[in-house]
Ligand binder design. Structure first.
Ligand SMILES: Nc1nc2c(ncn2[C@@H]2O[C@H](COP(=O)(O)OP(=O)(O)OP(=O)(O)O)[C@@H](O)[C@H]2O)c(=O)[nH]1
Ligand SMILES: [Zn+2]
Length: 203
């Protein structure tokens, strides 16, 4: 996996003026972005978010998942801290891509859960490869994270690549009637940790 740093610029947002760093994944042509705030390369643990692309949640206001809410909450938390990094990783649909995610949503509309839908399409439940984060973190001299996530596999994967996870910071926002079943499946089948107990959604 070759990741090439391309360029940086200012990115003003409602929460803070971030610095945006663009990276190219040579083999696939995918374009990844990291937003940073403050001195992230000073060796101290960095408040961080590894956010997997979700076009529907991040850009189209979907209530099927919690992604858009997590994205906003993470940027807000970094702004409040005055220092941090958000990796926006182009792993749409847990790595299966947008169109396959729409296929999976179609199966979910007919009763499958998020894991069953992936399996029926011939995919593993989660196809993400977090190794692409490493060259981006190295470029920014980030070795230690206070990682905002509910996903224990994300924590383990990053530790496996030699990144110190100084703390896991829960990021529990955006629960609603449309995503309650999805979140319950994530907790039950994918091992996500939710501090507030999730009710099982009946429909
Ligand atoms: N295949 C598939 N992908 C989905 C589905 N819903 C959301 N996604 C994708 O899942 C990714 C986000 O992963 P999540 O499982 O919501 O959360 P996470 O990143 O594992 O954990 P957190 O760090 O706690 O957010 C994004 O790439 C979404 O596009 C779905 O039903 N099927
Ligand atoms: Zn989503």
């Amino acid at each position: 996996m070759t990741i090439r740093y391309v360029a940086s610029s200012r990115l003003p947002t409602p929460w803070a003026v971030f610095t945006m760093h663009g990276f190219a994944e040579e083999q696939t042509g995918k374009e990844h972005v990291v937003l940073t705030l403050g001195a992230v390369g000073d060796g101290e643990p960095v408040l961080g978010r590894i956010h997997s692309e979700c076009l529907t949640g991040d850009a189209l206001f979907s209530l099927r998942c919690d992604c858009g809410f997590q994205l906003e909450a993470a940027l807000q938390a970094i702004a409040e801290e005055g220092r941090g990094a958000l990796l926006y990783v182009r792993q749409e649909g847990r790595g299966i891509g947008l169109l396959n995610k729409i296929r999976a949503y179609n199966l979910q509309d007919q009763g499958a859960d998020t894991v069953e839908a992936n399996e029926r399409l011939g995919f593993a439940a989660d196809m993400r490869d977090y190794s692409i984060c490493i060259p981006m973190l190295e470029h920014l001299n980030i070795k230690s994270l206070r990682l905002m996530t509910n996903n224990p596999r994300k924590v383990k994967a990053m530790q496996g690549f030699g990144i110190n996870i100084a703390e896991r910071v829960p990021l529990q926002v955006g629960r609603n009637v449309h995503n309650a079943h999805y979140l319950a499946t994530k907790a039950g089948k994918l091992g996500h940790m939710f501090e507030v107990p999730l009710q099982h959604h009946q429909d």
